[in-house]
Design a protein around this ligand. Structure first.
Ligand code: DGL
Length: 270
């Protein structure tokens, strides 16, 4: 039985790692659309087309439930995929609702009207496509009132991480945090709205300062997935084995994944 996890590239492995830690026996098929990463500089139409193809690939490999471990795909394609209707018995879920529920002190699926929450000034770091979609602000407005969100599109960070150039990724993070602080000098909380960013979370935290609470997705998504599967065990799917698939060069992607997770990860061609 397998659950699908999808990202444009390696960032979703941060979610994979947390899900693996939370549910060691769960079979997972991970798909990285490395040939088309990064998604964050593409338009919504393109992101929808690529995400749809990736989700269908995972459904075909035996996953009934696919998690978009990619905020860019969640922001630009999830709603459209769900509204178009998915095949009988299949589901696709995104990653930013668990994060926003944590930020707004809500339990899973609490759909009560928006209310005042403790945090008032929030910095959002995400890809250009996620920022321009305003999907975070929309989801937040369903749950909270009076929260000021300042978004920073972090151009270049995903490319640098995919290329394994962590010195460049870290320098870019510091300059994006500086740019954010010029617009919002004292955020109380920061959202890492891209699954690649947990790989440089300590750089965000250091640049923001210790008093800024940084919200990162992997553990929140893993906990919410565990909760979902407990309530919906029929969504475990038909696949049995673990798999790492990529549309890119399996050797190159395996080397980078192994470097990031500090464990052997072997990708095969999708
Ligand atoms: N990890 C993806 C996200 O969460 C990266 C997007 C990209 O490919 O630019 O947004």
């Amino acid at each position: 039985m397998a659950v699908g996890i999808f990202d444009s590239g390696l960032g979703g492995l941060t979610v994979w790692q947390a899900v693996r830690a939370q549910m060691p026996d769960l079979a997972i098929h991970y798909l990285a659309d490395s040939a088309h990463a990064p998604y964050g500089v593409r338009d919504a139409e393109d992101i929808h087309r690529l995400t749809k193809a990736a989700v269908e690939r995972l459904w075909a490999s035996g996953c009934d439930l696919v998690v978009l471990a990619c905020n860019t795909a969640s922001a630009a394609a999830l709603r459209r995929l769900q509204e178009a209707g998915v095949p009988e018995g299949k589901r696709v879920l995104g990653v930013f609702v668990p994060l926003i529920e944590a930020l707004t002190e809500r339990d899973w699926g609490d759909n009560s009207p928006p209310r005042e929450v403790q945090v008032k000034n929030v910095a959002l770091f995400a890809t250009p496509a996620t920022v321009s979609s305003r999907a975070f602000q929309r989801e937040l407005a369903f749950r909270a009132i009076g929260v000021d969100v300042e978004a920073q599109a972090c151009g270049g960070v995903v490319d640098a991480i995919e290329d394994g150039d962590m010195i460049l990724a870290e320098a870019l993070v510091r300059s994006h945090v500086d740019a954010l602080k010029r617009k919002m000098p004292a955020p109380q909380a920061a959202i890492l709205g891209c699954t690649h960013y947990p790989l440089v979370e300590d750089v965000f935290q250091k640049a923001l300062g210790a008093d800024v609470k940084v919200f990162s997705q992997p553990k929140l998504v893993a906990a919410s997935l565990a909760d979902y599967l407990e309530r919906r065990p029929e969504m475990l799917g038909a696949g049995e084995t673990n798999m790492f698939l990529t549309t890119g060069d399996p050797k190159r992607v395996s080397d980078r994944a192994t470097q990031f997770l500090r464990r052997q990860i072997t990708f095969e061609a999708a």
